[in-house]
Structure formats: C-alpha cells, structure tokens
Design a protein around this ligand. Structure first.
Ligand code: GLU
Length: 407
C-alpha cells in the first residue's frame, strides 16, 4: 500500500522542480504546521469505556484558517491525515478561496457504533481539540463517513466549551443549523462543471460519452445523477461491495434496487463487476469517487478510459500518474475536480460570518465560474509546462500560497 504522505510529498517535489520553488518556502511546505493526536474515551452502551484515537493536522494557513474535513474510518492514520491536510491546502489554493489546509480523523468503524456512542465520540473529539479550532482558526467539515448530524454535535459541543455562538466553526452543517443550500451536492456539482469543461477540451459530446463511476456515496451517487441529467451516458457504478455494468444502464432502476436490497449488484439486465473491474471498463471518462490508491502501477496498464476525473481524494498513485501522462490520458486531479465541496463550505462559512442565507441558485451561480476558471487556469498551466494536470494544479496553488508566505 502506498503511504499517502509520501505520495503527497512526491507530488510537491514534482511541482517544486517545475516552478523553481524558493527553497525556504519548500522547507516549510514539507511539514504540517501542527498535528494534534488525541485519545477520546467513550462510554459505550454496554457501560464499558473504549478509548479511540483521533488526529487533526493543521498543515498551512497562509491563505486563511485551516480548512478540511474529519474522517471516521478504520484505516485513518497520522500519515493519511497529514497527506489529506496538505491536499486541502493545495485544493483551497487551486480554486483560490481564502482558506488554508487542515484535516482530521478518528480511527473507528462508525457502522459499529450506536447513535448515542457516535454522538459521545464526536463530542469527545471536540473536547480534545476545541482550543485549536474556531471560525477564524481552523474550520472542520464532513469527510468519509461523517454527516451533517455529526457536524451539529460538534458545533454544539464547541459552543458550550467556548461559551458563545460561532456557527462558522464548522461547515457541512444541516440547513436549520446554519448549513448552506447546495452543500450536500456541491462536491458532485463542482465535478460536473469540471467534466463539462474537460469534454469541451477533448471534443466529447455528452450523449456519446460513456462514464463509469466508482462509489455511490455523497460524491459518486450525486455525480452519477447530475451527469445523467446533463445527458452523459453512465454505464457502470459501484458501492463498497461491488458494481454493475451495462451499455443501457437505467440509473433510476439502479438507485431503486440499491434502496430495496442495500446493494447495486444483481440487478437484472446488468453484469456484476468488482470495484477493480469497474476501473478497467472501456469508457470515455472514469470517475473514481471512493477511496485513495485505486489506480496504481499494477492496474494502470489495464485502464481503457480516455480521461480520469478524480472525485475521491488520492485515487491515482504517483507511479500510475506518470504512466497515464505518458499515455496522454488526462487526469483531472482531486484538488481541482472535488474542490466544489470545500468551495461551498467556504460559502457556508461566509454566510455564517455575515449572518446571511443564500439560495441554492445563488450558491451554484457563484460556484460554477470559480470551478470553470480554476479548470482553465490549470489547463493553461499544463500546456505551458507540458506537465500532467495535477502538477499544473500544484504549481498554480503553490504560487498563490508562496506569494502569501513571502509577504
Ligand atoms: N472533505 C471534503 C474535502 O476533502 C470537504 C472539506 C471541507 O468542506 O472543508 O474536500
């Protein structure tokens, strides 16, 4: 398994070489500003106390308060959290929002906890990190397996501890709790704006563009739905248990089947595929929207897609990236493709700070030009230096961060 932080540092090195990055700035960017490691004792329903480990990495705040989600997953590690916080720094700077990079996580399988245990764990995490967060300091949000309800418990716990209201301390909240319209679908919607720009560059016509989506969570599920509404041809989709493939996939039937059986597989008229096989299907655009390290040196030669749009964080390893670049397969990197989520988080924070509430139409009217501009800046930088889009995004982002750091 690739070490996520090493991957992130390899990507930093590639960009630093291309742009001749000042060595002092480079030295600072090789480290996270601060990493908190906390133990969270939770009284389980059985009466027994279990101690969970949590992290929060505050990578860099040159552009604004640290920003990034909190992940609940059994594979969370300090290296993964650090890598994800570094990518958040790059992501926020790629779309040019006034936010730095942060990320948190707890080593836990949330599916094994009762609702009460989950609440106590979430409040316990805030009890350990509250001094280091705040709307002007570090603003967490949801990530893998964390929800608006969890954000609500965390906001409440934080406000009890500081003794005053601070709705912008956390984003991805439910709408009645200060959440933004459109936040739920923002990551997917941002990805769709990116796909549309990419299709223009590649001369692809939506109705003739076959798309495979790996993942059916908040990102993959909405992405498939919105792309379908935009006229794209979704031919394969999967959840954590596996996927299905059909040249005539009926997406509504897929969602109904998943709702009824808990899985997408075994739907009449479709072929079951594993999550690995889904990546190797003959499609135009492949959208990995689940977890990291999905496309690596051992399967990259089997990838038939004409382009990849990374909606998960870190789904393509650096070795695979290199090979895809040689094969002229554009990879729209996570830091650009899935930046719609954090951009609308930033809008949520802005609305909270100004005590405003924008309509969904207002939110997407602001999001679209930002995604389109970021895509085109990255595309131009890629052409200028003849590098992969990821390197181009890193160059653009690090230029912005470095300019702030210098001042
Ligand atoms: N977890 C999301 C990401 O990786 C969103 C972060 C946020 O909204 O702050 O981009």
């Amino acid at each position: 398994m690739n070490n996520a932080f090493e991957n992130a540092m390899t990507q930093l090195d590639q960009a630093a070489n291309i742009m001749n990055l000042n060595k002092d700035i480079y030295a600072v960017l090789k480290q996270s500003d601060r990493v908190l490691i906390v133990s969270i004792p939770v009284k389980m329903d059985s009466g027994e106390v279990k101690v969970f480990t949590g992290y929060r990495s505050q990578y860099n705040n040159a552009m604004g308060p640290y920003k990034g989600g909190i992940r609940y997953h059994w594979n969370v590690s300090i290296d993964e959290v650090k890598a994800l916080s570094f990518w958040m720094m790059i992501k926020c700077a790629t779309v040019n929002i006034p936010m730095g990079g942060g990320k948190g996580g707890i080593i836990v399988n949330p599916k094994e906890l009762s609702i009460g245990e989950l609440e106590r764990l979430s409040r316990g995490y805030i009890q350990k990190i509250w001094r280091e967060i705040g709307s002007d300091k570090d603003v967490p949000a949801p990530d893998v397996y964390t929800t608006p309800q969890i954000m609500g418990w965390m906001r409440d716990e934080y406000e009890k501890l500081v003794g005053h209201s601070d709705p912008g301390v956390i984003t991805g909240k439910a709408i009645p709790n200060g959440g933004s319209e459109g936040r739920e679908t923002a990551t997917a919607q941002g990805g769709v704006y990116v796909v549309k720009e990419l299709a223009k560059k590649l001369g692809l016509n939506p109705s003739e563009t076959k798309v495979a989506v790996q993942g059916m969570g908040n990102v993959g599920g909405f992405m498939a739905k919105i792309l379908h509404e935009e006229g794209y041809d979704i031919v394969a989709i999967s959840d954590s248990k596996g996927g299905i493939y059909s040249e005539n996939l009926d997406l509504n039937a897929v969602f109904a089947h998943k709702e009824a059986t808990g899985s997408v597989q075994n739907l009449e008229g479709t072929k079951n595929v594993t999550n690995e096989e889904l990546l190797e299907l003959p499609v135009d655009i492949l959208v990995p929207a689940a977890l990291e390290n999905q496309i690596h040196k051992d399967n990259v030669d089997k990838i038939l897609a004409k382009a990849i749009v990374e909606m998960a964080n870190g789904p393509v390893t650096p070795e695979a990236d290199e090979i895809l670049k040689q094969k002229n397969v554009p990879v729209v990197p996570d830091v650009l493709a899935n930046a719609g989520g954090v951009t609308v988080s930033c809008f949520e924070w802005e609305q909270n700070n100004k005590n405003e509430h924008w309509t969904e139409a207002e939110v997407f009217a602001k999001l679209e030009p930002m995604m389109v501009q970021a895509f085109n800046e990255v595309w131009e930088t890629k052409e200028k230096y003849n590098v992969a889009m990821r390197v181009a995004a890193f160059v653009k982002a690090i230029e912005r961060v470095a300019a702030k750091m210098k001042i």
